[in-house]
Each structure stands twice: as structure tokens, then as C-alpha cells.
Design a protein around this ligand. Sequence first.
Ligand code: SF4
Length: 464
Amino acid sequence: MPERYWLETLGCPKNQVDSEKLAGTLVAGGLEPADDPSRADVVVVNTCAFIEAARQESVDTVLALADGAKPGARLVVTGCMAERYGDELARALPEVDLVAPFGTPVLPPPAPSPVAFLGTARRGDPRPGRGAGTVGGAEPAAPVPSFDLLELPRPPTRAPWAYVKVAEGCDRSCGFCAIPSFRGPQRSRTADAVLAEVDGLASGDRPLAEVVLVAQDLASFGLDRSGGGTRPQRGAVRPLVELVRRVADRVPWVRLLYLYPSSLDDELVDAVLATGVPYFDLSLQHVSRPLLHRMRRWGEGDRFLDRIAAVRSAERGAAFRSSFIVGYPGETEEDHDRLLAWLAEARLDWAGFFPFSPEDGTPAAGLDGRVPDELVRERIDECTELQDAITATRRDELIGSTVQVLVDEPGRGRTYREAPEIDGVVELVGAAGGGAVGEVVSAEVVAAEGSDLVAELVPCGVAR
Ligand code: SF4
């Protein structure tokens, strides 16, 4: 009987794509998925090391799965924590059979063995002319994992939507972010490789209805292949624009996550609007100019507001999401008040607020002006309370309107305003049975419940 595996994924959508690629390699290795972790012969945890809270969750998950594993099962830890803290993890977690950083095999030897840390074969920047230069401003040269999961095959998706990762690594140097130091500089896939993956994701009986493109710095997709930098060369079309157009030719809905704000130029806005999914996930982090300067990031609140207003004037129903760091070193009451005022004016559909976490090796870890934890919590509560009220109002405003809903599962779906697994959902009610999974149906919004909507199917042929 073939061995069975369980794959537990923590962290962001980018990690979820990695897990699907890992699943592809496990299946290719002769394993089958288990229906429960306690019945698996190999339990793999794909960890997240984004901030301290995410690391704690990863460790707690590993320990819980170790507790519930069947005798003789092998426990493997991979992902960002394995990459950043591999040897430490291997020492600290004797329950684990194997710590496997990016690009190393996750199948441990079948016999009981002392915990192993495979380590990562390092090499310099593989791109022409780049050598082993620096990434992230003053930070040391970023290592590059020995190979990426990007090009590995993955199984067809069971949901009518799928994340597709188009690049790995990042060429920016945000003061708080450790990603370039362990994911390396950006390496984009070719558009053809991305499209081949999109084509392979549809399962036999159901076409793929939505592709969600992800990368650490999505708008910079392809720029590393065409001269580098974070802007297209003068007169050139941004590679992401081309890619969005080509994916939109294949799939009804295309959604983009993580857009660095300076990249949101007219060309990219037009490309997004042309897909019929006017959803903009802007990575803003804050709105105070001095604080953004300390974060080594572009922009400030008024410029962001101008950009959002321009998009809304082109498409009134455009939906916006962003995330913000609260308590970055040096954040003053004035900065915080500025953020609150900005949120009230911007009226984003969705926003997330994260406490600053000093990451080893980042410039921000050494900055003065630490904000006390209690004050950070208070500020997050204020931001969350305000944003929750804005989100609820924006959801209420949809009551009575007819929306297009992609059915994710029987009785439940999303409009273009909701990214899968991130934003709210739409509960579908009505006599027509909820629509088939993967279908886009018309429905009238009859209620809003927090971030979720309740919508009644509009029977075919009935115009409202
Ligand atoms: S753009 Fe994103 S991934 Fe890149 S350094 Fe900044 S925060 Fe990190």
C-alpha cells in the first residue's frame, strides 16, 4: 500500500502555491494524500516566518501535529522558518525528523533517524551580469535557494480558482522586511511557463474560473529578465501588463495581489480594469511620509489618495485592499492620527493591520524609537475598529444591487470584491439551487453580515 502524506500550510498565498508544488513532488514520489494527519506516514509543515506571531504559530502547529501523529510517522518542516532558522529548528525540535529549506527534498528516510537539517546549497545571483551583488540596500548579498519550487508541476486545482506564483524573491529593500535576505533577489518565470501552469490547473470536468497572480513584488514581474530595476524601460510595456492580458484570454477572472504603490501606473490600472476584476491590493504599509521614509519605501498618503481617486473615477465600483504596519520605530501620535484620518478618507473595502516585528538582519531591527507593545495594541485596535465600520458600511451599500458571483462551493461564492480566503464571502440563497461550482451567476444582495453578503440568485431570464 502506498505511503500517505499530510501537508499543513501556514502563512500567505505564496506559501500555498509552494505547498501545491510540494504535493506534486510527493505524489510523483509515489505517495497519496491522507484524509487526516493522524493517518499520514509523512507529515509536512510548510511554515511561515513573516513575524514573531507567525513563527510561534508555525512552532505550535509542528508540536500539535507531532502529538497527533501515528507511531512511526515522519515529521518534516519546510518553508520560510526552515530556510531562516534551519539548524536552530533542528536542534530545538527533536520531534522533527527533517528540516528541509527551500528546494531540498521533503521526503525523509523511512527508518527512524536523528533529526536532520539538510541546509541549503547557496549560490550567487544567477542572472546575467548580476554576480553576487547586494540586495536590500546596505544588507549583505542575498543568497539564493539552490532551486525554486516555481517550475515544479502541481496537480489540477480542486477549487474553481487558483493562486499562481509568477516570481520568487524581491529586489526592493523595505527596512522591515527580511524576505530578500532569505528568498533572494527576484527571479521571474517566463510568461509561457506561467501560462502553461494556468492551462494545467483546470481539472477535467471543470474549467478554471479565476487565477490569482502572486509574487513578493508582483508589479515587478519580468523586469529582472529585461534589464532589472523595478520600473520598465522607457517605452516598454510592463511585463505584468502583458501577462495579465494573456491570462485574461484564458480565464474569466484574473486577480492581482501585492502591488507596490509606485507601480500602479495608468497602463497597469487599465490592464486590471480591462479584466473585469477591478480589485486593487495595494501594499501601502503606512501613509506618513517621514515614517515611509524610515521604512525605505516610496510615497505618502496624499499620493495614495490621488491614485485611488483616479482609479475610482475610471471605475466607480473598484475595490481596494491594503495592509499597514503599526508601531514601526519612530511612529508618533501624529503619524498614527494621520493613518486614522487617511483610512476615514480613503474608505478602503478591506485593510489589515500588523504590529511591527523586528526581524533579524533588517535595518528596522536596529532603529531607535521603539513603540511600547501596549501602545501598538491600542493603535491597532483603533485602526481595526475604524476600518471594520468602514468595511461594514461599504458592504451595506451593496444591498439591493445585482452582483456577479463566482460559485466556489455549493451555496457560497465571491464577487470581484472578495479575494479568495482573504476577504468576505457571499452566501447564496434562493430557489435556483445556488448555481454550479465554477459558474458565475447573477444575484441580488439582500443583506450584509459583517464582511459577508447574503445574495439571492436571479433566475435565468429574469431581469431586475
Ligand atoms: S516589496 Fe515586499 S517583499 Fe519586497 S522588500 Fe518590500 S515588503 Fe519585502
